[in-house]
Every structure is written in structure tokens, then in C-alpha cells.
Design a protein around this ligand. Structure first.
Ligand SMILES: *Cc1c(COP(=O)(O)O)cnc(C)c1O
Length: 293
């Protein structure tokens, strides 16, 4: 078989940038690839597969429930839809058909209304929500967040990311307090973050992760959180979620990748330098090239 790079005339990539969507994000380890392959090679009762892998992950992470989705963006859209539909069978099937007389505004700090490769607002709109910005581009306090809430608010959205403004923006714990005071759910997009328990423990009701970034799983996403909300996210499989379906291979691959990720020691700086050193030494043998850690 000719190399894929030759067959399609692709440029070979040495990824020195980390987990970038534009470069193919990550290359899962063999055990994860095996889990993906097992998924591809077998049949399952898919609802059972979704529920039981979700419950297994929830047990590993010590959260109420979890569900594997097709990617973090799909997780945002389906979480928003979940908070608008809230299990109503008519709204589930007619989300975009017309206006529904239920809260649909999603409040987020203005400094979090970013483009992570696609706009956060587009994912909110896909989920049937309307973005309401709180505070200013460079500032959002708990009271500024609260000021944007009204009777039409469905949820608060918090984006935990290097893409966002970091200074003078309230913390996840503070946002959770505002949400609780107003009886609203807090959704946290932690797509590229490394700690799978932190934001849940800080009071978020739903937390969303990208499967191929820190976790180094297949293309997929994880939504974890409070049982009722996760249940409503799962129901979106019969609504907008169908257009962003995750396959059995993605479900089994991510579940195994998370198990491996949690068991793995975090790589130390010294270990990274040790791994880099032979590569750097060989680069330095190339004429005209100077490289250092
Ligand atoms: C990468 C990223 C996403 C999208 O994740 P996908 O799994 O590629 O959909 C969403 N939000 C943030 C902050 C991200 O960094």
C-alpha cells in the first residue's frame, strides 16, 4: 500500500505545536486505537452502550453522570439545547421549527465570546439559544454577570480557555454561585483543559471536554455533570444531536482513553526535556539548523 502521504500528495507534518485541530489534534496510543477497532468490529445496543459507558466514566470521575459526544462543539450545542428543551418531547423535535415560549437566552461573559476555530455563539445558536453578553470585553464581575440575567435566561455559559480574556473576569466558582442564586444551570466549556474534575467540583452543572485534546482520544467529546442535565443532553440524540452523532468506535475509544488518562502519571518538565534531548541533538547535526529546548 502506498503511503497515505504519497497517495493523496499530502505534506508530511512534524507537529511541534501541541494539540491543534488544524494539524489533526493528537495521535492516540495503541490501546485506544484497539478500543476504537473493537468498536468498529462489533454490534451493540447503542443506547445501552451510551448509558453504561457514561455511568462507567461518571464512576471514574466521581460525578453524577456523563455522556460521550462527537466533539466539544457538539457538546456546547447539545448542552444549550438541553437547557431549552428540558425533556419536553415537542420542543425536542421542533427546536428550530418556530419560537418556543420558554427561556432561551444564554448569558456569558463578553470576554468569553470567542472564536476557538468556530464562534462560541454559533454553537449556542445551533442549540436554539441566543447569546447575551455580560460585562465588558475586559471585565466581568459576579454582579455584572447577574445583571445580564432575566426571566428569559436558560443558562450561564463559561468558557475556560486560553482563547478568552483572563484578567478581571470572575472565576468558575463565582459563576457557579451566581447561577445557584438565580436557580440557573452553569455550563462550562473546558474543551482543552486537563483537569476532568475541577470545574464540576467548583459547582458547574455541565462540563464539556474535547476528546482528542488533553485526553488524546479519538475525535469525540465528553459532557459530564448533574444527572438530570446529562439525561437531557442524551435526549438530544433524537433532536439536533443526530446531526452530530458519535459512533460506537468514538464512544469506546474515548472511554478507554479517559481511563488511561486518569491512570497516567503527569509528565514532568524534566521528563519532557529528556524526551526532547536526542531530537534536539540530531536536529543540531543538520547544516544550517540550530535547535534548543
Ligand atoms: C477546541 C475547543 C473547542 C472545540 O472542541 P472540538 O472538540 O474541536 O469541537 C471548544 N471550545 C474551546 C475553548 C476549545 O479550545
Amino acid at each position: 500500500m502506498p503511503s497515505v502521504y504519497e497517495k493523496y500528495q499530502l505534506k508530511p507534518v512534524i507537529n511541534a505545536s501541541g494539540r491543534m485541530t488544524i494539524l489533526g489534534v493528537s495521535t492516540p496510543e495503541q490501546e485506544v486505537v484497539d478500543a476504537v477497532n473493537f468498536g468498529l468490529g462489533h454490534y451493540f445496543e447503542v443506547k445501552d452502550l451510551i448509558n453504561k459507558t457514561g455511568a462507567y466514566l461518571a464512576g471514574l470521575l466521581d460525578v453524577e453522570d456523563a455522556v460521550v459526544v462527537s466533539c466539544a462543539s457538539a457538546g456546547i450545542a447539545q448542552s444549550v439545547a438541553a437547557m431549552i428543551v428540558r425533556g419536553d418531547p415537542y420542543r425536542l423535535e421542533h427546536l428550530h421549527a418556530h419560537h418556543h415560549e420558554v427561556p432561551s437566552e444564554i448569558v456569558l461573559p463578553k470576554g468569553h465570546n470567542v472564536n476557538f476555530g468556530a464562534p462560541v455563539g454559533t454553537m449556542v445558536n445551533l442549540g436554539g439559544g441566543k447569546v447575551v453578553e455580560a460585562g465588558y470585553a475586559n471585565e466581568c464581575s459576579p454582579s455584572q454577570l447577574a445583571a445580564a440575567i432575566n426571566a428569559n435566561t436558560a443558562a450561564i455559559l463559561y468558557i475556560k480557555s486560553h482563547h478568552c480574556v483572563q484578567k478581571s473576569i470572575l472565576s468558575v466558582a463565582e459563576a457557579a454561585k451566581v447561577a445557584k442564586t438565580h436557580g440557573l444551570p452553569l455550563i462550562v466549556d473546558a474543551a482543552a483543559e486537563e483537569d476532568l474534575r475541577l470545574y464540576y467540583n467548583q459547582g458547574a452543572d455541565l462540563v464539556i471536554y474535547s476528546g482528542a485534546k488533553a485526553i488524546e482520544g479519538p475525535t469525540s467529546g465528553l459532557v459530564l455533570g448533574k444527572r438530570q442535565y446529562v439525561e437531557w443532553v442524551k435526549q438530544q440524540a433524537n433532536g439536533i444531536g443526530r446531526a452530530m452523532k458519535v459512533g460506537k468506535e468514538g464512544i469506546l475509544g474515548l472511554t478507554h482513553a479517559i481511563e488511561r488518562y486518569l491512570a497516567k502519571e503527569k509528565e514532568s518538565g524534566a521528563a519532557m526535556v529528556a524526551k526532547m534531548t536526542p531530537f534536539i541533538e540530531r536536529l543540531n547535526q543538520l547544516p544550517g539548523v540550530t535547535a534548543k529546548v
